[in-house]
Design a protein around this ligand. Structure first.
Ligand SMILES: CCCCCCCC/C=C\CCCCCCCC(=O)SCCNC(=O)CCNC(=O)[C@H](O)C(C)(C)COP(=O)(O)OP(=O)(O)OC[C@H]1O[C@@H](n2cnc3c(N)ncnc32)[C@H](O)[C@@H]1OP(=O)(O)O
Length: 216
């Protein structure tokens, strides 16, 4: 469904987020159509020109490298343009994250655009989902932190076009270090872990955090 046709927004911020999500939604559909189409070259050339024309309409000020979008909540909140959870980023599935009893759970379905082996998810994509969800688990535990080590085990191929569940939880902390585990299963078979991960995250000390995120 087109996000622009949902309930009336309550604030300007909601309105902006809704518009961003609407564009992201349509661009995801374009990406999916792009990686599936078997249409002839003349149609591809025509669409290419049309897309170039559309891109040129996104004019005006562009945010700088370190600028935190005004529609975001950083750290540990809404990230409209995250490549994993951002509804406004066509690279993102996007993953919908919810807190659960002992961590966080993400729900998503990946498409052909995220394919590695034919019909299955690219291993780097699985790593990205897990890294992100483990980052959310740190934030949910009250310690926003960055990945310093990530180890994955691929037990079975992750199917595309299949609802997935990504789980992450903090297993311990030691000073600024946070130890986290994660897994990917299908929604249909939550007992069979297809990918598992172990990671160490570190909460940057305040001085480092100021240097890394000057506009926070
Ligand atoms: C106030 C705001 C703070 C906000 C921060 C939150 C941001 C999160 C935002 C949104 C969340 C949702 C999104 C999640 C996204 C997914 C997560 C990612 O993709 S993150 C990107 C990939 N990761 C990096 O780019 C890190 C690169 N590394 C660094 O920049 C530094 O290592 C840093 C800033 C993380 C830590 O630097 P140091 O100088 O503060 O800390 P040192 O003293 O080096 O280490 C602290 C402890 O950690 C251990 N450590 C360091 N590396 C280790 C490793 N590889 N394995 C095990 N331990 C390690 C060290 O041995 C030390 O332990 P000992 O105190 O001696 O016991």
């Amino acid at each position: 469904m087109n996000a622009r046709h949902t309930a009336a927004p309550s604030t300007d911020l909601d309105h902006q987020r809704e518009a961003i999500a609407g564009l992201g939604h349509e661009l995801r559909a374009l990406v999916d159509a792009t990686v599936r189409t078997v249409t002839p070259a003349d149609v591809l050339h025509r669409v290419t020109d049309e897309v170039r024309r559309l891109t040129s309409q996104l004019t005006g000020r562009r945010r700088t490298r370190t600028e935190i979008p005004h529609v975001d909540e950083f750290p540990g909140g809404i990230r409209m343009f995250s490549p994993v959870t951002g509804p406004g980023n066509p690279l993102a599935p996007p993953v919908r994250v919810t807190p659960d009893g002992d961590g966080v759970t993400g729900h998503c379905t990946l498409g052909i655009a995220h394919e590695g082996p034919p019909g299955y998810v690219h291993g780097g994509m699985s790593a990205m989902l897990l890294d992100e969800l483990m980052g959310w688990a740190c934030s949910a535990a009250g310690t926003p932190a960055m990945t310093v080590s990530l180890q994955l085990r691929y037990h079975g191929p992750v199917p595309v076009e299949t609802p997935l569940r990504v789980h992450a939880r903090v297993t311990g902390t030691e000073a600024r270090k946070v130890f986290v585990t994660g897994s990917i299963t299908t929604e249909a078979d939550g007992d069979r872990q297809l990918v598992t991960a172990e990671a160490v995250f570190v909460a940057p000390d305040p001085e480092r955090a100021r240097a890394l995120f000057p506009e926070r």
